[in-house]
Ligand binder design. Structure first.
Ligand code: CUA
Length: 358
């Protein structure tokens, strides 16, 4: 084993600790809990700050007492080797009572706002002015998210991109298809686990238009770190138009075009491998698979492969060529029998087709 002098080892450990803390706090970051953009995250941040300041207070008081004791009561240089210990005392009832009462007091200061916030946020929002909150079922898969809009004018299914209207509460029903995942959009709300055969619920609301990064926050297998998503917020009118559009069946590629060849491959399968349609659905075609993301309007999304690739021609082709290299362990690479190995021509045709699915 590598032997380091203790001071160097200690400074390395401190450096690591500082780096770990700093990476969690960067406020300009897209995933900061300190830069809240909605009421749920804001209330949770308030509780966090109470706990943080109480902890900082304890750290300062205890740390100062420790430093004082170490300096003030260090062994004198003329220590008598015959009796090396100072006079020993035991117990101080007054001091012990004060310390116990202080600890209880600090816990109460933390517990009151924490419990109040837990119970408050646990109550799901109800109708405002006759309008029901939006309800979306979020389902976790290894390694992507599906979003089903339950009470919009049209029932719509998308993947890896949760679009919601600004200024409106959204209730999320959290489910899982395989293992435990966890749904987390740091700027909008704290994380809630997605557990197979259990129905967890949470709600969030976004005040500003924009997009917020989210991710799976529970280790769920090989590509856990590649399980991301985005929350995209839109003005309510824009959101309603988006729902109407998402409900439309996919456009039909012109006969004889490269995209039409791509559609053929998608539905019937490439030369070596299973048909894309056995896992993916595209509304308006024979593709009705439910194992993978619904691709009816895949070209209208911002990213591919659960938020890890840009939705660009180059990245789409990279994904089709080498799914295992992009997202290790994913089912497109591993479950298809034999493993998906598309030729350049097949990739070009498939990409041409998928890019028409606006
Ligand atoms: Cu899903 Cu980690």
């Amino acid at each position: 084993m590598l032997k380091l002098p203790p001071v160097r080892r200690l400074s390395q450990a401190l450096l690591l600790l500082v780096a770990a803390l700093a990476s969690g706090c960067a406020s300009g970051d897209h995933q900061s809990i300190f830069d809240t953009k909605g009421p749920v995250a804001a209330e949770q941040l308030d509780v966090t700050m109470v706990t943080l300041w109480v902890s900082v207070g304890i750290f300062v008081v205890v740390g100062s007492a420790l430093v004082y004791a170490v300096v003030r009561f260090r062994a004198p240089s003329d220590l008598n080797p015959e009796s090396p210990l100072p006079p020993q005392t035991h117990g101080n009832a007054f001091l012990e009572m004060v310390l116990t009462a202080t600890a209880v007091g600090l816990l109460v200061i933390i517990a009151v706002p924490t419990l109040r916030t837990i119970f408050k946020l646990d109550r799901l929002p109800t109708a405002q002015g006759g309008e029901q909150p939006l309800i979306v079922t979020v389902r976790g898969y290894q390694w992507w998210f599906s979003f089903t809009y339950e009470n919009t004018a049209k029932k719509v299914v998308t993947a890896n991109e949760l679009r919601i209207p600004t200024g409106k509460p959204v209730i999320l029903r959290l489910e899982s298809s395989d293992v435990i995942h966890s749904f987390w959009v740091p700027k909008l709300a704290g994380k809630v686990d997605m557990i197979p055969n259990q129905h967890n619920q949470m709600w969030l609301q976004a005040e500003e238009q924009g997009y917020y990064l989210g991710q799976c926050a529970e280790y769920c297998g090989t590509s856990h770190a590649n399980m991301r998503f985005r929350v995209v917020t839109m003005y309510p009118d824009e959101f309603n138009r988006w729902i109407t559009h998402q409900d439309q069946p996919a456009v039909e590629p012109p006969a004889g075009s490269l995209a039409a060849q791509g559609k053929e491959i998608f539905i019937k399968g490439p030369k070596n491998g299973q048909a894309c349609s056995s896992c993916h659905a595209i509304k308006g075609t024979d593709a009705a698979g439910v194992v993978g993301p619904n691709l009816t309007h895949v070209a209208s999304r911002l990213t591919l492969a659960a938020g890890i690739l840009d939705n660009s021609d180059a990245d789409l082709k990279r994904w089709l060529h080498d799914p295992e290299g992009v997202k290790p362990g994913n089912r497109m690479a591993g479950m298809a029998l034999p493993p998906l190995k598309l030729s350049d021509d097949e990739v070009n045709a498939l990409a041409a087709y998928l890019e028409t699915l606006k």
